[in-house]
Ligand binder design. Structure first.
Ligand code: NAP
Length: 510
Protein backbone atom coordinates (compact mmCIF):
# COMPACT_ATOMS: atom_id res chain seq x y z
CA UNK A 1 0.00 0.00 0.00
CA UNK A 2 1.38 3.40 -0.88
CA UNK A 3 -0.29 6.66 0.06
CA UNK A 4 -1.04 9.01 -2.79
CA UNK A 5 1.41 11.88 -3.16
CA UNK A 6 0.58 14.88 -1.01
CA UNK A 7 2.04 18.34 -0.56
CA UNK A 8 3.67 17.05 2.60
CA UNK A 9 5.91 14.65 0.79
CA UNK A 10 8.93 15.62 -1.21
CA UNK A 11 9.38 13.93 -4.58
CA UNK A 12 11.46 10.79 -4.19
CA UNK A 13 12.65 8.32 -6.75
CA UNK A 14 11.72 5.31 -4.61
CA UNK A 15 8.19 4.06 -3.85
CA UNK A 16 8.57 5.12 -0.22
CA UNK A 17 7.41 8.74 0.16
CA UNK A 18 9.30 11.23 2.29
CA UNK A 19 7.23 13.46 4.53
CA UNK A 20 8.15 16.86 5.92
CA UNK A 21 7.82 19.09 8.92
CA UNK A 22 5.10 21.76 8.81
CA UNK A 23 6.46 25.09 10.02
CA UNK A 24 5.03 28.59 9.49
CA UNK A 25 2.52 27.24 7.00
CA UNK A 26 5.16 25.52 4.82
CA UNK A 27 6.06 21.86 4.40
CA UNK A 28 9.82 21.77 4.82
CA UNK A 29 12.80 19.46 5.26
CA UNK A 30 14.90 19.34 8.39
CA UNK A 31 18.25 21.11 8.05
CA UNK A 32 19.66 17.94 9.65
CA UNK A 33 19.25 16.24 6.27
CA UNK A 34 18.38 13.05 8.13
CA UNK A 35 15.21 11.00 8.00
CA UNK A 36 13.81 7.97 9.79
CA UNK A 37 11.33 5.34 8.66
CA UNK A 38 7.94 4.34 9.98
CA UNK A 39 6.96 0.69 9.47
CA UNK A 40 3.74 -1.27 9.47
CA UNK A 41 3.88 -3.34 12.70
CA UNK A 42 1.74 -6.07 11.12
CA UNK A 43 4.34 -6.51 8.38
CA UNK A 44 7.57 -4.67 8.93
CA UNK A 45 8.57 -5.09 5.27
CA UNK A 46 5.94 -2.43 4.53
CA UNK A 47 7.56 0.99 5.01
CA UNK A 48 4.92 3.69 5.53
CA UNK A 49 7.28 6.55 4.81
CA UNK A 50 10.41 8.47 5.63
CA UNK A 51 10.09 11.34 8.08
CA UNK A 52 12.28 14.25 9.02
CA UNK A 53 14.68 13.57 11.88
CA UNK A 54 14.14 16.85 13.67
CA UNK A 55 16.64 18.57 15.95
CA UNK A 56 16.61 21.39 18.46
CA UNK A 57 17.16 23.78 15.54
CA UNK A 58 13.93 22.62 13.87
CA UNK A 59 12.07 23.06 17.15
CA UNK A 60 13.45 26.59 17.47
CA UNK A 61 12.08 27.43 14.00
CA UNK A 62 8.69 25.95 14.82
CA UNK A 63 8.48 27.76 18.16
CA UNK A 64 9.44 31.02 16.46
CA UNK A 65 6.68 30.50 13.89
CA UNK A 66 4.17 29.74 16.64
CA UNK A 67 5.26 32.80 18.62
CA UNK A 68 5.00 35.03 15.57
CA UNK A 69 1.48 33.81 14.80
CA UNK A 70 0.44 34.18 18.46
CA UNK A 71 -0.77 37.80 18.59
CA UNK A 72 -2.86 37.44 15.43
CA UNK A 73 -4.41 34.17 16.59
CA UNK A 74 -5.21 35.28 20.12
CA UNK A 75 -6.94 38.40 18.73
CA UNK A 76 -9.00 36.35 16.30
CA UNK A 77 -12.44 36.19 17.95
CA UNK A 78 -12.89 32.86 19.69
CA UNK A 79 -16.09 32.01 17.74
CA UNK A 80 -14.08 32.51 14.51
CA UNK A 81 -11.35 30.24 15.84
CA UNK A 82 -14.10 27.75 16.64
CA UNK A 83 -15.33 27.88 13.04
CA UNK A 84 -11.94 26.67 11.82
CA UNK A 85 -12.08 23.80 14.29
CA UNK A 86 -15.54 23.03 12.97
CA UNK A 87 -14.22 22.96 9.39
CA UNK A 88 -11.43 20.64 10.52
CA UNK A 89 -13.95 18.30 12.17
CA UNK A 90 -15.94 18.19 8.95
CA UNK A 91 -12.82 17.42 6.91
CA UNK A 92 -11.86 14.64 9.32
CA UNK A 93 -15.35 13.22 8.87
CA UNK A 94 -15.03 13.32 5.08
CA UNK A 95 -11.63 11.60 5.26
CA UNK A 96 -12.49 9.24 8.11
CA UNK A 97 -12.00 5.98 6.22
CA UNK A 98 -8.70 7.08 4.65
CA UNK A 99 -7.40 8.25 8.04
CA UNK A 100 -8.50 5.05 9.77
CA UNK A 101 -6.84 2.81 7.18
CA UNK A 102 -3.63 4.80 7.37
CA UNK A 103 -3.72 4.45 11.17
CA UNK A 104 -4.18 0.68 11.08
CA UNK A 105 -1.31 0.43 8.65
CA UNK A 106 1.01 2.53 10.79
CA UNK A 107 0.21 1.34 14.31
CA UNK A 108 -1.73 -1.89 13.90
CA UNK A 109 -5.05 -1.46 15.72
CA UNK A 110 -7.95 -3.20 13.96
CA UNK A 111 -9.83 -1.05 11.51
CA UNK A 112 -13.03 -0.72 13.58
CA UNK A 113 -10.96 0.66 16.46
CA UNK A 114 -9.02 2.94 14.13
CA UNK A 115 -12.33 4.40 12.95
CA UNK A 116 -13.21 4.94 16.60
CA UNK A 117 -9.88 6.74 17.15
CA UNK A 118 -10.59 9.10 14.23
CA UNK A 119 -14.12 9.61 15.54
CA UNK A 120 -12.72 10.70 18.92
CA UNK A 121 -10.74 13.34 17.06
CA UNK A 122 -13.86 14.49 15.24
CA UNK A 123 -15.89 14.56 18.45
CA UNK A 124 -13.37 16.66 20.35
CA UNK A 125 -13.00 19.06 17.41
CA UNK A 126 -16.77 19.67 17.36
CA UNK A 127 -16.91 19.94 21.15
CA UNK A 128 -14.08 22.48 21.25
CA UNK A 129 -15.45 24.36 18.23
CA UNK A 130 -18.50 25.01 20.41
CA UNK A 131 -16.21 26.16 23.21
CA UNK A 132 -15.34 29.10 20.96
CA UNK A 133 -18.82 30.43 21.75
CA UNK A 134 -18.72 29.53 25.45
CA UNK A 135 -15.35 29.77 27.20
CA UNK A 136 -17.29 31.22 30.09
CA UNK A 137 -15.84 33.41 32.77
CA UNK A 138 -17.78 34.79 35.71
CA UNK A 139 -19.44 38.14 36.19
CA UNK A 140 -20.00 38.64 39.91
CA UNK A 141 -21.14 41.47 42.16
CA UNK A 142 -18.43 43.67 43.57
CA UNK A 143 -18.33 44.29 47.32
CA UNK A 144 -18.16 48.02 46.52
CA UNK A 145 -20.85 50.21 44.92
CA UNK A 146 -20.47 51.36 41.33
CA UNK A 147 -17.90 48.71 40.58
CA UNK A 148 -18.02 45.82 38.14
CA UNK A 149 -16.16 42.52 38.67
CA UNK A 150 -15.56 39.70 36.23
CA UNK A 151 -13.08 37.00 35.24
CA UNK A 152 -12.05 35.95 31.75
CA UNK A 153 -9.87 33.23 30.26
CA UNK A 154 -6.86 34.12 28.14
CA UNK A 155 -4.45 31.95 26.16
CA UNK A 156 -1.07 31.10 27.64
CA UNK A 157 1.11 31.28 24.53
CA UNK A 158 2.88 28.52 22.62
CA UNK A 159 1.70 25.02 23.54
CA UNK A 160 4.15 22.12 23.14
CA UNK A 161 2.16 18.97 22.42
CA UNK A 162 3.99 15.63 22.80
CA UNK A 163 1.97 12.52 21.99
CA UNK A 164 2.21 8.70 22.02
CA UNK A 165 1.39 6.23 19.25
CA UNK A 166 -1.52 4.30 20.74
CA UNK A 167 -4.22 6.88 19.90
CA UNK A 168 -2.26 8.62 17.16
CA UNK A 169 -5.08 10.86 15.96
CA UNK A 170 -7.41 11.13 18.95
CA UNK A 171 -4.73 12.24 21.43
CA UNK A 172 -3.19 15.01 19.27
CA UNK A 173 -6.76 16.27 18.69
CA UNK A 174 -7.65 16.08 22.41
CA UNK A 175 -4.71 18.38 23.05
CA UNK A 176 -4.60 20.63 20.01
CA UNK A 177 -8.31 21.46 19.83
CA UNK A 178 -8.62 23.00 23.31
CA UNK A 179 -5.21 24.68 22.93
CA UNK A 180 -6.20 26.27 19.64
CA UNK A 181 -9.75 27.32 20.39
CA UNK A 182 -8.53 29.17 23.47
CA UNK A 183 -6.05 31.13 21.33
CA UNK A 184 -2.75 29.34 21.85
CA UNK A 185 -0.51 28.33 18.98
CA UNK A 186 0.90 24.84 18.78
CA UNK A 187 4.07 22.85 18.13
CA UNK A 188 3.19 19.15 17.78
CA UNK A 189 5.75 16.39 18.23
CA UNK A 190 4.14 13.00 17.55
CA UNK A 191 5.49 9.59 18.50
CA UNK A 192 8.24 8.36 16.19
CA UNK A 193 6.11 5.25 15.68
CA UNK A 194 3.22 7.22 14.17
CA UNK A 195 4.50 10.30 12.34
CA UNK A 196 2.32 9.58 9.30
CA UNK A 197 -0.89 9.75 11.34
CA UNK A 198 0.16 13.16 12.65
CA UNK A 199 1.13 14.36 9.20
CA UNK A 200 -2.29 13.44 7.79
CA UNK A 201 -3.99 15.34 10.61
CA UNK A 202 -1.88 18.45 10.08
CA UNK A 203 -2.55 18.33 6.33
CA UNK A 204 -6.26 18.55 7.09
CA UNK A 205 -5.67 21.31 9.63
CA UNK A 206 -3.89 23.36 6.99
CA UNK A 207 -6.78 22.71 4.61
CA UNK A 208 -9.32 23.71 7.28
CA UNK A 209 -7.84 27.20 7.37
CA UNK A 210 -5.65 27.49 10.46
CA UNK A 211 -3.42 30.45 9.56
CA UNK A 212 0.31 29.95 8.96
CA UNK A 213 2.28 29.37 12.15
CA UNK A 214 -0.74 28.52 14.30
CA UNK A 215 -0.09 24.79 13.95
CA UNK A 216 3.43 23.44 13.49
CA UNK A 217 4.61 19.85 13.20
CA UNK A 218 8.12 18.65 13.99
CA UNK A 219 8.92 14.94 13.76
CA UNK A 220 11.93 13.24 15.28
CA UNK A 221 13.18 11.53 18.41
CA UNK A 222 11.79 12.32 21.84
CA UNK A 223 15.25 12.85 23.27
CA UNK A 224 15.93 15.56 20.67
CA UNK A 225 12.66 17.14 19.51
CA UNK A 226 10.65 16.43 22.66
CA UNK A 227 13.42 17.60 24.95
CA UNK A 228 13.92 20.78 22.93
CA UNK A 229 10.21 21.60 23.18
CA UNK A 230 10.28 21.13 26.95
CA UNK A 231 13.47 23.17 27.25
CA UNK A 232 12.37 26.04 25.02
CA UNK A 233 11.91 29.21 27.09
CA UNK A 234 9.23 30.31 24.61
CA UNK A 235 6.97 27.28 25.08
CA UNK A 236 4.72 28.19 28.00
CA UNK A 237 2.53 25.12 28.32
CA UNK A 238 3.36 21.48 27.72
CA UNK A 239 0.80 18.75 27.27
CA UNK A 240 2.26 15.26 27.33
CA UNK A 241 0.76 11.79 27.08
CA UNK A 242 3.05 8.81 27.37
CA UNK A 243 4.85 6.63 29.85
CA UNK A 244 5.26 7.57 33.50
CA UNK A 245 9.05 7.42 33.12
CA UNK A 246 9.09 10.03 30.34
CA UNK A 247 6.43 12.05 32.14
CA UNK A 248 8.55 12.27 35.29
CA UNK A 249 11.57 13.34 33.27
CA UNK A 250 9.52 16.10 31.58
CA UNK A 251 7.94 17.14 34.88
CA UNK A 252 11.35 17.67 36.47
CA UNK A 253 12.49 19.88 33.61
CA UNK A 254 9.25 21.77 33.22
CA UNK A 255 8.98 22.22 36.98
CA UNK A 256 12.39 23.84 37.11
CA UNK A 257 11.13 26.40 34.59
CA UNK A 258 7.68 26.75 36.28
CA UNK A 259 5.88 25.81 33.06
CA UNK A 260 2.25 24.78 32.94
CA UNK A 261 2.31 21.02 32.42
CA UNK A 262 -0.45 18.49 31.81
CA UNK A 263 0.54 14.84 32.09
CA UNK A 264 -1.43 11.74 31.10
CA UNK A 265 0.66 8.71 32.00
CA UNK A 266 0.60 4.97 32.63
CA UNK A 267 -2.14 2.79 34.05
CA UNK A 268 -2.90 -0.61 35.59
CA UNK A 269 -6.63 -0.68 35.21
CA UNK A 270 -8.73 -3.26 37.01
CA UNK A 271 -12.12 -4.91 36.50
CA UNK A 272 -13.91 -6.17 39.61
CA UNK A 273 -16.28 -9.12 39.12
CA UNK A 274 -18.48 -9.86 42.13
CA UNK A 275 -20.40 -13.04 42.92
CA UNK A 276 -23.71 -11.63 41.65
CA UNK A 277 -22.28 -10.40 38.31
CA UNK A 278 -23.66 -11.29 34.89
CA UNK A 279 -20.64 -13.41 33.91
CA UNK A 280 -21.30 -13.37 30.17
CA UNK A 281 -21.48 -9.57 30.18
CA UNK A 282 -18.36 -9.39 32.34
CA UNK A 283 -16.52 -11.69 29.93
CA UNK A 284 -17.46 -9.46 26.99
CA UNK A 285 -16.29 -6.36 28.85
CA UNK A 286 -13.03 -7.90 30.04
CA UNK A 287 -12.02 -9.28 26.63
CA UNK A 288 -12.78 -5.98 24.88
CA UNK A 289 -10.83 -4.04 27.50
CA UNK A 290 -7.89 -6.43 27.82
CA UNK A 291 -7.22 -7.35 24.21
CA UNK A 292 -8.63 -4.42 22.22
CA UNK A 293 -5.76 -2.44 20.66
CA UNK A 294 -3.70 -5.49 21.70
CA UNK A 295 -3.80 -4.33 25.32
CA UNK A 296 -2.09 -1.08 24.37
CA UNK A 297 -4.80 1.35 25.45
CA UNK A 298 -4.06 3.57 28.42
CA UNK A 299 -7.42 2.35 29.72
CA UNK A 300 -6.76 -1.33 28.93
CA UNK A 301 -7.80 -3.79 31.64
CA UNK A 302 -4.77 -5.72 32.80
CA UNK A 303 -6.19 -6.98 36.12
CA UNK A 304 -9.40 -8.86 36.83
CA UNK A 305 -10.23 -8.94 40.53
CA UNK A 306 -12.79 -11.68 40.95
CA UNK A 307 -14.78 -13.07 43.84
CA UNK A 308 -13.73 -16.69 44.46
CA UNK A 309 -17.39 -17.73 44.29
CA UNK A 310 -17.34 -17.15 40.50
CA UNK A 311 -13.63 -17.60 39.80
CA UNK A 312 -13.88 -20.94 37.98
CA UNK A 313 -16.82 -20.10 35.67
CA UNK A 314 -15.27 -16.75 34.81
CA UNK A 315 -11.85 -18.28 34.05
CA UNK A 316 -13.49 -20.91 31.85
CA UNK A 317 -15.28 -18.26 29.83
CA UNK A 318 -12.19 -16.04 29.53
CA UNK A 319 -9.95 -18.90 28.47
CA UNK A 320 -12.33 -20.21 25.81
CA UNK A 321 -12.97 -16.76 24.35
CA UNK A 322 -9.30 -15.67 24.44
CA UNK A 323 -8.24 -18.84 22.59
CA UNK A 324 -10.75 -18.05 19.84
CA UNK A 325 -9.39 -14.57 19.09
CA UNK A 326 -7.87 -14.24 15.61
CA UNK A 327 -4.55 -12.42 15.29
CA UNK A 328 -3.62 -10.64 12.10
CA UNK A 329 -3.42 -7.48 10.06
CA UNK A 330 -6.00 -5.05 11.39
CA UNK A 331 -7.15 -4.24 7.87
CA UNK A 332 -8.42 -7.80 7.42
CA UNK A 333 -12.07 -8.00 8.43
CA UNK A 334 -11.71 -11.24 10.43
CA UNK A 335 -8.89 -9.95 12.65
CA UNK A 336 -9.72 -9.50 16.33
CA UNK A 337 -6.26 -8.57 17.62
CA UNK A 338 -3.53 -6.71 15.74
CA UNK A 339 0.20 -6.54 16.40
CA UNK A 340 2.14 -4.80 19.15
CA UNK A 341 3.64 -1.51 18.08
CA UNK A 342 7.29 -2.53 17.73
CA UNK A 343 9.94 -5.10 18.56
CA UNK A 344 10.72 -3.40 21.88
CA UNK A 345 7.10 -3.75 22.96
CA UNK A 346 7.11 -7.46 22.05
CA UNK A 347 10.33 -7.97 24.03
CA UNK A 348 8.81 -6.19 27.03
CA UNK A 349 5.70 -8.39 26.94
CA UNK A 350 7.89 -11.51 26.64
CA UNK A 351 9.90 -10.44 29.67
CA UNK A 352 6.70 -10.08 31.72
CA UNK A 353 5.60 -13.56 30.64
CA UNK A 354 8.77 -14.89 32.28
CA UNK A 355 7.99 -12.90 35.42
CA UNK A 356 4.37 -14.06 35.35
CA UNK A 357 5.30 -17.74 35.14
CA UNK A 358 6.88 -17.36 38.58
CA UNK A 359 3.87 -15.52 40.02
CA UNK A 360 0.67 -17.01 38.61
CA UNK A 361 -0.60 -19.89 36.49
CA UNK A 362 -0.46 -19.34 32.73
CA UNK A 363 -3.79 -20.56 31.38
CA UNK A 364 -3.71 -19.27 27.82
CA UNK A 365 -1.20 -17.64 25.43
CA UNK A 366 2.24 -16.66 26.63
CA UNK A 367 4.07 -16.86 23.31
CA UNK A 368 4.95 -14.64 20.37
CA UNK A 369 2.64 -15.49 17.45
CA UNK A 370 4.72 -16.34 14.39
CA UNK A 371 2.54 -18.62 12.24
CA UNK A 372 2.59 -17.80 8.53
CA UNK A 373 2.40 -14.07 7.77
CA UNK A 374 2.38 -13.23 11.50
CA UNK A 375 6.13 -13.86 11.44
CA UNK A 376 6.59 -10.54 9.61
CA UNK A 377 4.94 -8.53 12.40
CA UNK A 378 5.12 -8.00 16.15
CA UNK A 379 2.35 -10.38 17.19
CA UNK A 380 1.81 -11.81 20.65
CA UNK A 381 -0.83 -14.29 21.80
CA UNK A 382 -3.58 -12.98 24.08
CA UNK A 383 -2.39 -14.17 27.47
CA UNK A 384 -4.10 -14.83 30.81
CA UNK A 385 -2.50 -15.63 34.14
CA UNK A 386 -4.70 -17.03 36.94
CA UNK A 387 -3.94 -17.05 40.67
CA UNK A 388 -2.04 -13.75 40.64
CA UNK A 389 -1.49 -11.88 43.92
CA UNK A 390 -2.58 -8.24 44.05
CA UNK A 391 0.98 -7.16 44.86
CA UNK A 392 2.73 -9.42 42.31
CA UNK A 393 4.70 -7.61 39.64
CA UNK A 394 2.32 -8.64 36.83
CA UNK A 395 -0.51 -7.35 39.04
CA UNK A 396 1.24 -4.04 39.62
CA UNK A 397 3.38 -2.99 36.65
CA UNK A 398 2.15 -1.65 33.32
CA UNK A 399 2.92 -4.27 30.66
CA UNK A 400 1.09 -2.52 27.81
CA UNK A 401 0.32 -5.65 25.88
CA UNK A 402 -2.28 -8.45 25.70
CA UNK A 403 -1.62 -9.81 29.17
CA UNK A 404 -4.33 -10.17 31.79
CA UNK A 405 -3.80 -11.08 35.45
CA UNK A 406 -6.68 -12.66 37.37
CA UNK A 407 -6.58 -11.93 41.09
CA UNK A 408 -8.97 -13.92 43.34
CA UNK A 409 -10.53 -12.20 46.38
CA UNK A 410 -13.41 -12.64 48.83
CA UNK A 411 -16.16 -10.02 48.62
CA UNK A 412 -16.40 -6.35 47.79
CA UNK A 413 -14.15 -5.09 50.59
CA UNK A 414 -11.15 -7.17 49.49
CA UNK A 415 -11.83 -6.41 45.85
CA UNK A 416 -11.90 -2.68 46.48
CA UNK A 417 -8.62 -2.83 48.41
CA UNK A 418 -6.92 -4.85 45.67
CA UNK A 419 -8.22 -2.50 42.99
CA UNK A 420 -6.83 0.53 44.78
CA UNK A 421 -3.49 -1.12 45.67
CA UNK A 422 -1.65 0.35 42.71
CA UNK A 423 0.30 3.52 42.08
CA UNK A 424 -1.84 4.25 39.02
CA UNK A 425 -5.41 5.52 38.86
CA UNK A 426 -6.85 5.90 35.37
CA UNK A 427 -9.82 3.59 34.87
CA UNK A 428 -11.71 0.87 36.74
CA UNK A 429 -14.90 -1.11 36.44
CA UNK A 430 -17.19 -3.33 38.47
CA UNK A 431 -19.68 -5.97 37.45
CA UNK A 432 -22.47 -6.44 40.00
CA UNK A 433 -26.27 -6.50 40.04
CA UNK A 434 -26.41 -4.83 43.46
CA UNK A 435 -27.08 -1.11 43.07
CA UNK A 436 -25.83 -0.35 46.57
CA UNK A 437 -22.47 -1.99 45.87
CA UNK A 438 -22.25 -0.17 42.54
CA UNK A 439 -22.64 3.14 44.36
CA UNK A 440 -19.98 2.12 46.89
CA UNK A 441 -17.61 1.46 44.01
CA UNK A 442 -18.36 4.87 42.48
CA UNK A 443 -17.41 6.36 45.83
CA UNK A 444 -14.43 4.14 46.70
CA UNK A 445 -12.48 3.46 43.50
CA UNK A 446 -9.41 5.69 43.28
CA UNK A 447 -9.49 6.28 39.52
CA UNK A 448 -10.42 9.16 37.25
CA UNK A 449 -12.93 6.99 35.39
CA UNK A 450 -15.26 4.33 36.83
CA UNK A 451 -17.51 2.06 34.77
CA UNK A 452 -20.45 0.10 36.16
CA UNK A 453 -21.22 -3.13 34.29
CA UNK A 454 -18.89 -2.24 31.41
CA UNK A 455 -15.18 -2.72 30.73
CA UNK A 456 -12.51 -0.12 31.49
CA UNK A 457 -12.53 1.55 28.08
CA UNK A 458 -15.04 3.71 26.26
CA UNK A 459 -14.49 7.32 27.31
CA UNK A 460 -16.73 9.93 25.67
CA UNK A 461 -15.13 13.23 24.75
CA UNK A 462 -17.54 15.54 26.56
CA UNK A 463 -16.53 14.15 29.98
CA UNK A 464 -13.20 14.82 31.70
CA UNK A 465 -10.54 12.22 30.95
CA UNK A 466 -7.51 11.57 33.12
CA UNK A 467 -6.14 9.69 36.07
CA UNK A 468 -5.44 9.90 39.76
CA UNK A 469 -2.15 9.14 41.48
CA UNK A 470 0.83 8.45 39.20
CA UNK A 471 -1.34 8.41 36.08
CA UNK A 472 -1.16 12.17 35.91
CA UNK A 473 -0.64 15.44 37.67
CA UNK A 474 -4.23 16.50 38.25
CA UNK A 475 -5.11 17.98 34.86
CA UNK A 476 -7.85 16.58 32.66
CA UNK A 477 -8.27 16.25 28.93
CA UNK A 478 -11.62 16.32 27.11
CA UNK A 479 -14.79 17.75 28.57
CA UNK A 480 -15.11 21.49 28.97
CA UNK A 481 -12.45 21.31 31.69
CA UNK A 482 -9.81 20.58 29.04
CA UNK A 483 -9.50 24.31 28.42
CA UNK A 484 -8.19 24.81 31.97
CA UNK A 485 -4.79 23.51 30.84
CA UNK A 486 -4.49 26.10 28.11
CA UNK A 487 -5.84 29.24 29.74
CA UNK A 488 -4.86 31.74 32.37
CA UNK A 489 -7.55 33.43 34.42
CA UNK A 490 -7.66 37.20 34.48
CA UNK A 491 -9.84 38.97 37.06
CA UNK A 492 -10.98 42.42 35.98
CA UNK A 493 -12.43 45.20 38.14
CA UNK A 494 -14.08 48.24 36.58
CA UNK A 495 -14.72 51.08 39.00
CA UNK A 496 -17.26 53.59 37.69
CA UNK A 497 -17.74 55.51 40.97
CA UNK A 498 -15.29 58.23 39.97
CA UNK A 499 -13.54 58.08 43.33
CA UNK A 500 -10.96 55.92 45.07
CA UNK A 501 -12.71 52.89 46.60
CA UNK A 502 -10.57 50.56 48.68
CA UNK A 503 -11.62 46.90 48.84
CA UNK A 504 -11.79 45.37 52.33
CA UNK A 505 -11.42 48.86 53.84
CA UNK A 506 -13.99 51.36 52.58
CA UNK A 507 -16.96 49.02 53.00
CA UNK A 508 -16.18 48.16 56.65
CA UNK A 509 -17.78 49.85 59.68
CA UNK A 510 -15.38 52.41 61.09
P1 NAP B 1 6.70 7.35 25.65
O1 NAP B 1 7.78 6.43 25.25
O2 NAP B 1 6.79 8.01 26.96
O3 NAP B 1 6.61 8.43 24.47
C1 NAP B 1 5.59 9.40 24.44
C2 NAP B 1 6.08 10.60 23.63
O4 NAP B 1 7.15 11.22 24.33
C3 NAP B 1 6.63 10.23 22.26
O5 NAP B 1 6.31 11.25 21.34
C4 NAP B 1 8.13 10.20 22.52
O6 NAP B 1 8.91 10.40 21.36
C5 NAP B 1 8.26 11.36 23.48
N1 NAP B 1 9.49 11.36 24.28
C6 NAP B 1 10.30 10.32 24.57
N2 NAP B 1 11.35 10.74 25.33
C7 NAP B 1 11.18 12.06 25.52
C8 NAP B 1 11.90 13.07 26.22
N3 NAP B 1 13.03 12.79 26.88
N4 NAP B 1 11.44 14.34 26.23
C9 NAP B 1 10.29 14.65 25.59
N5 NAP B 1 9.55 13.74 24.88
C10 NAP B 1 10.00 12.46 24.86
O7 NAP B 1 5.29 6.60 25.63
P2 NAP B 1 4.67 5.70 24.48
O8 NAP B 1 5.35 4.37 24.49
O9 NAP B 1 4.65 6.44 23.20
O10 NAP B 1 3.18 5.53 24.97
C11 NAP B 1 2.76 4.51 25.83
C12 NAP B 1 2.49 5.06 27.22
O11 NAP B 1 1.53 6.11 27.13
C13 NAP B 1 1.89 4.06 28.17
O12 NAP B 1 2.53 4.15 29.40
C14 NAP B 1 0.43 4.49 28.29
O13 NAP B 1 -0.19 4.14 29.50
C15 NAP B 1 0.57 5.96 28.14
N6 NAP B 1 -0.69 6.57 27.73
C16 NAP B 1 -1.42 7.23 28.68
C17 NAP B 1 -2.64 7.80 28.36
C18 NAP B 1 -3.44 8.53 29.38
O14 NAP B 1 -4.36 9.24 29.00
N7 NAP B 1 -3.14 8.39 30.66
C19 NAP B 1 -3.10 7.70 27.04
C20 NAP B 1 -2.34 7.02 26.10
C21 NAP B 1 -1.12 6.45 26.46
P3 NAP B 1 9.52 9.16 20.54
O15 NAP B 1 8.36 8.38 20.05
O16 NAP B 1 10.31 9.82 19.48
O17 NAP B 1 10.36 8.38 21.51
Amino acid sequence: MTETASPTSAATSSAVPTFRHFIAGEWCDSPSGRTFQSHNPADTRDVVGRFQQGTAADVAMAVKAAETAGPMWRRTPAPKRGEILYAFAQLMGEHKERLARAMTREMGKVIAEARGDVQEGIDIAYLMAGEGRRMFGDTVPSELPDKWAMSIRQPIGVAGIITPWNFPMAIPCWKMMPALVTGNTVVLKPSSDTPHCATLLVELMAQAGFPAGVVNLVTGAGGDVGNAIVDSPDVSVISFTGSSATGKHIAAKAGAKLKRLSLELGGKNGVVVLADADLDLATDGILWSAFGTTGQRCTAASRVIVDRAVLEPLLERLETRARALTLGDGLVATTDVGPLINAGAADKVASYIDIGRGEGELIVGGERATDGDLAHGHFFQPTIFAGVGAMDRIGQEEIFGPVLSVIPVDGYGEAMLALNQTRYGLSSSIFTRDVNVAFRAMRDFETGIVYINAGTTGAETHLPFGGWKETGNGHREAGHVAIDTYTEWKSIYVDFSGRLQRAQIDNQPT
